[in-house]
Design a protein around this ligand. Structure first.
Ligand code: ADP
Ligand code: MG
Ligand code: MG
Length: 888
């Protein structure tokens, strides 16, 4: 294969092969912009190196040929004594990656060519400065010498000479420093600094290849989900010198402001400096605008290049440049990183300038960026006392009093306080407290722990796995190092970076959220300044366009009238999942317990009768909020153990009572029943449709409640559109039985014709979807359970147990509960879609569950051909945007 591309050969679309830096250097060269001549060694060469541990033999030859071309154009040779050519060796992967070897400048200098450089530039100081920089960078990045040793030697020298700045050191000083640096290399690396220019070049290239696999780089890739096998490219670029005196310098600039998106002159410039000096903050830079005074010609040329690049990339670019004795050189460009707010504003500004279309604009922003704009944030300027740093599980900023349980949480919020629920970990029992809390903090668990998943679903800020915390609920205190905090103490959580602070930290609200929840006028009214108003307008335009182009509908998962209203105001087009389990918590729990455990029909029927009006009331409220929109109500799907008394507790209670000789017959009977029902694997047990078929009257009650609520809403002049959904179906026969019962009840009540469908959340359901479709009016893919049952993972158990290892060793790149496993679980979704449509070509299908709000998963569902996604109300705007992006 061809391992070397001249800059004149590549282009910006070859990032896979040439890396980001190389592809863009090539593109700039093709545009005729002033790029120093050079070439790029491909990522393929790096991959070959990784596979064999050796630099491919062909590569050395190709490097020689490309290098000679450059030497010939300049009539100079690499590291020659007379007018030496020098080069930089720069890594550049497809994605920019901190933690990899960066750059070695001035390759080609040695004891001889440093003299040549001095003579030919007429600047001895410059030559020795360049040489000491080479030994320093080369020593550190290629020979693995501790960089602090060089820095310390430089500091010592400055102290000795009584100067503050390294520009104040003279040629003789620097010549001495070169000797010191060489000694450091000899002592630390056990070899001399290589004098041969080509050896320098080859070692630097190999070091760049090798840096792909350093621990830091690998860690970064894991976190950013960058594949491990891409490899990096290496760019060899003719050196140009910004450190050749007052008419030289180096700088960075943006074609528009990366935090507001406004076009203008943004950047920094540093006279008489090389490369790193600008970012390293060694000396004070001046604003780019000052360059107009310093060097008007270069400034004009740079402005022109900026405009040219922005027009060409049709996006905000950032640029690295160097001026060598009044001549401008461009050393790097890329589509610039920007804040979430700037992404939205830049996108719409470019539309207004007719550089891109609205379709392109929505592809320039992401759901993740939108999410960031929705959360309140801590005032960046405020003083903070950091308690600990842990996993940022659900974004946002929360300040509140510490509470340790539901009762405290409710009591304090009723009294008007904001609270942070602090637990070792959370379980469904803590739901009440979680629902009212401003923030949730746990000392255990990861990104898929109960606390994290539930908090994300509710849009509540959460920090989890804060191992530095010792949470002692019994003592009602939490210890952090030397400190002990008690209930009522105020703490602050940053769910975006995982930091926990002591005391109050001022929070600023998000006007974008106000816009999402209450509309454009309210959003604009909430803006503190013009810039924020521009942002709100930009978000509005982009979301409106996404709504116009998306094919996927967006519904919400909502169990209460409040949630339903919230979802609707955020643009939900229906409810995709109304869970009914929560409706049986609290006081009603006892009723459902009686239904499940009843010995005889009479006892059960009495409990059911008591439940009917309550259920009907729940549905009337929700259907009223969702008037005119589809509302998918899932029949009860309780993991049984959540509704029954705990077996151990009950057994202990009965035993103790027996000891005291006061046996309570009811308790004894209850214990027998609970024991009978006890399951080793409740998640794979008597749930969903199985429970409905086992306990007579349970589903019937719910169906009747839905039917009666529908009639009631119709009588009130409403347009209720409930859809009855049967959970955990594995066989068409299960659905058929429920459907027959439902048809009878609906007809009897006078609400015939309501759709009856089912969840597809078991592999068997997906694989027999063509059969199940015979009895279903719609499908809804329950990808949470489908993921558990496809992988054979119990989500509640595996996360702490081995997910961390699986993420580390690459079995998983991300939790399959967060982003759908497209290959495995996704194959079942595709099979389910195909099966369903084979039987009923227009069968309506959606997805409910965590994945419905996850950007990457939404793109998958779009391609899979689903009709809608359903997600938590908070995620609705994100889903609208991503569904739009998937469609363009
Ligand atoms: P990074 O990715 O860390 O920015 P670069 O490869 O871009 O690393 O280089 C680091 C610094 O060295 C940058 O300021 C860059 O402009 C400068 N630089 C790189 N190559 C050359 C060169 N051939 N001539 C002059 N300066 C260079
Ligand atoms: Mg750079
Ligand atoms: Mg399920």
């Amino acid at each position: 294969p061809k391992y070397v591309y001249r800059f004149s050969e590549g282009d910006k679309d070859q990032k896979d092969l040439l890396g980001g830096k190389g592809a863009n250097l090539a593109e700039m060269t093709r545009l005729g912009l002033p790029v120093p001549p050079g070439f790029t060694i491909t990522t393929e060469a790096c991959r070959a190196y990784m596979a064999t541990g050796q630099v491919p033999a062909d590569l050395r030859v190709e490097v020689t040929l490309a290098l000679r071309e450059i030497e010939d154009t300049f009539g100079r040779r690499l590291g020659d004594f007379y007018e030496p050519l020098l080069v930089s060796v720069r890594s550049g992967a497809k994605f920019s990656m901190p933690g990899m070897m960066e750059t070695v400048l001035n390759v080609g200098l040695n004891d001889a060519s440093v003299q040549g450089l001095a003579q030919f530039s007429g600047d001895e100081r410059f030559a020795w400065d360049s040489y000491r920089r080479l030994i320093q960078m080369f020593g550190k990045t290629v020979l693995d010498v501790d960089g602090d040793l060089f820095a310390a030697a430089l500091d010592d020298l400055k102290a000795e000479r009584g100067v503050r700045d390294d520009v104040e050191l003279g040629a003789e000083d620097l010549r001495g420093l070169v000797e010191t640096f060489k000694q450091i290399v000899r002592a630390e690396a056990g070899r001399d600094f290589p004098q041969h220019p080509r050896e320098q070049l080859d070692l630097a290239i190999e070091a760049v290849f090798g840096s792909w696999n350093t621990e830091r780089a690998a860690l970064y890739r894991r976190r950013e989900r960058i594949p491990n096998d891409l490899g990096t490219a290496v760019n060899i670029v003719t050196m140009v010198f910004g450190n050749l005196g007052e008419t030289s310098g180096t700088g960075v600039c943006f074609t528009r402001d990366p935090s507001t998106g406004h076009s203008g002159v943004y950047g920094d410039y540093l006279t008489n400096a090389q490369g790193e000096d600008v970012v390293a903050g060694i000396r004070n830079t001046v604003p780019l605008a000052d360059l107009e005074q310093i060097d008007p010609d270069s400034y004009a040329e740079l402005r022109q290049a900026m405009r040219r690049l922005e027009t060409h990339y049709r996006d905000l670019c950032d640029i690295e440049f160097t001026i060598e004795r009044g001549k401008l050189w461009l050393l790097q460009t890329r589509v610039g990183k920007r804040t979430a707010a700037a992404a939205f504003r830049v996108a719409t500004q470019l539309v207004d300038e007719h550089l891109i279309t609205m379709d392109e604009a929505i592809s320039r922003v992401t759901g993740e960026q939108l999410t960031k704009l929705l959360f309140p944030q801590f005032d960046a300027a405020a003083d903070k006392t950091l308690l600990t740093r842990a996993m940022a599980a659900s974004p946002g900023a929360a300040v509140g009093e510490i509470v340790f349980d539901n009762a405290q949480a409710i009591e304090r919020t009723d009294a008007g306080a904001d609270v942070v629920l602090v637990r070792r970990e959370t379980s469904p029992d803590d739901l009440a407290g979680m629902m009212v809390a401003a923030g949730i903090l746990t000392s255990r668990g990861g990104k898929t722990s109960h606390a994290a998943v539930v908090a994300r679903g509710m849009g509540t800020c959460a920090v989890v796995g804060a191992e530095a915390l010792d949470v002692d609920v019994a003592k009602q205190e939490v210890r952090v190092g030397e400190r002990t905090l008690v209930a009522g103490d105020v703490i602050a959580l940053d769910g975006t970076n995982g930091e926990v602070y002591l005391g109050d930290v001022p929070v600023v609200d998000s006007p974008v959220m106000t816009y999402i929840a209450d509309g454009l006028d309210a959003g604009l009214a909430a803006c503190p300044d013009e810039a924020t108003a521009e942002l709100v307008q930009a978000v509005h335009r982009i979301l409106t366009h996404a709504d116009g182009v998306r094919r996927l509908g967006v519904r919400a998962n909502a169990d209460t009238a409040d949630d339903a209203r919230r979802a609707r105001s955020r643009g939900a087009e229906g409810i995709g999942l109304c869970r009914t389990e929560h409706m049986f918590l609290g006081e009603r729990r006892e009723l459902i317990e009686r239904v499940v455990l009843a010995e005889g029909d009479t006892e059960r029927d009495a409990a059911l009768d008591a439940l009917l009006p309550l259920q009907r009331g729940d549905f009337i409220d929700i259907l009223e909020q969702m008037d005119g929109l589809p509302t998918t109500i899932r029949l009860i799907d309780p993991p049984l153990h959540e509704f029954l008394p705990d077996l151990t507790d009950l057994a202990v209670r009965v035993a103790l009572a027996r000891e005291r000789g006061e046996v309570d017959e009811r308790e004894v009977a209850l214990l027998a029943a609970v024991r009978r029902m006890h399951e080793a694997n409740p998640m794979l047990g008597l749930r969903g449709v199985r429970l409905g078929l086992k306990v007579p009257g349970l589903f019937a009650l719910q169906i009747r409640a839905i039917a009666e609520a529908t009639l009631e809403r119709r009588r009130a002049g409403g347009d209720p559109r409930p859809e009855i959904m049967v959970p955990l179906v594995g066989s068409v026969r299960e659905l058929q039985i429920v459907r027959e019962e439902a048809t009878g009840i609906l007809a009897e009540v006078g609400a015939g014709g309501l759709p009856v469908g089912c969840m597809i959340e078991l592999p068997r359901a997906a694989l027999t979807a063509h059969r199940i479709a015979e009895e279903a009016d719609f499908f809804s893919f329950g990808t949470n359970d489908l993921t558990q049952t496809t992988w054979g993972f119990s989500r509640d158990d595996v996360e702490g147990a081995f997910f961390t290892d699986y993420l580390a060793n690459g079995v998983l790149t991300i939790s399959p509960f967060e982003t759908i496993d497209a290959d495995g679980v996704g194959a079942l979704v595709r099979a389910g879609v195909a099966g369903g449509r084979a039987t009923k070509p227009t069968l309506h299908m959606g997805v409910c569950g965590e994945h419905g709000g996850d950007p990457e998963s939404i793109h998958f569902f779009h391609v899979a051909g689903l009709d809608y996604v359903s997600c938590s109300p908070f995620r609705v705007p994100v889903a609208r945007l991503e569904a739009g992006r998937a469609a363009v």
